[in-house]
Write a protein that binds this ligand. Structure first.
Ligand code: M7G
Length: 183
């Protein structure tokens, strides 16, 4: 029996290669539209914690590339979860799977339409998970999505997560962009 998802999703893999632009290093792995296809794909790939430093996975709604420049992301931003170095071993794979399940399960209620996708960055200075939404002006949706994320990942109340506009992140390279929202 096939259990269709509300949306079709695409998994992407990023690994930087010399002589290639950042955009050209984003590789489309596969798209899926059922629960069974999701698990077949998920079980087939390396967990994020086993990727080489510098690599990313992204999962986005089909038709949206995992880039600021995409029409679907251009006006948007991301909820950013910063992990410390220890958390690669303890939390990264669990957080990433939970984010994927929240997205394919449309767990953000009526705000799920605002979700574009999510990215996991494996980095030596600390891994990151970003949940990308479509429009920085949709205050209520953004705050609700952040609240659901924080609850479902069991992020302690005293830990604050921030939402940044891609337009701010874009011009910041390296340092951190200011938070438009926090939960
Ligand atoms: P990162 O991989 O998001 O985080 O961005 P990191 O700094 O922890 O490695 C690293 C660099 O990748 C940015 O400074 C940009 O040069 C490039 N980059 C990242 N993103 C998400 C984009 C994007 O959406 N579009 C383009 N053109 N470059 C990006």
């Amino acid at each position: 029996i096939k259990h269709p998802l509300q949306n079709t999703w695409t998994l992407w893999f990023f690994k930087i290669e010399s002589n290639r632009t950042w955009e050209d290093c984003q590789m489309e792995i596969a798209s899926f539209e059922t629960v069974e296809e999701f698990w077949a794909l998920y079980n087939h790939i390396e967990p994020a914690s086993r990727l080489k430093v510098g690599c990313d996975y992204s999962m986005f709604k089909k038709g949206i590339k995992p880039m600021w420049e995409d029409e679907g992301n251009r006006q948007g931003g991301r909820w950013l979860i910063n992990l410390n170095k220890q958390q690669r071993a303890t939390e990264l794979d669990n957080f990433w799977l939970e984010v994927l399940l929240l997205m394919i399960g449309e767990a953000f209620e009526e705000h799920s339409d605002e979700v574009c996708g999510a990215v996991v960055n494996v980095r030596s200075k600390g891994d990151k998970i970003g949940v990308w939404t479509a429009d920085v002006k949709k205050n209520d949706s953004i705050v609700r999505i952040g609240t659901v994320l924080k609850e479902r990942l069991h992020i302690p109340l005293h830990v604050t997560i921030g939402f940044q506009a891609h337009k701010d992140t874009m011009v910041k390279s390296g340092s951190t962009a200011k938070n438009r929202f926090t939960v």
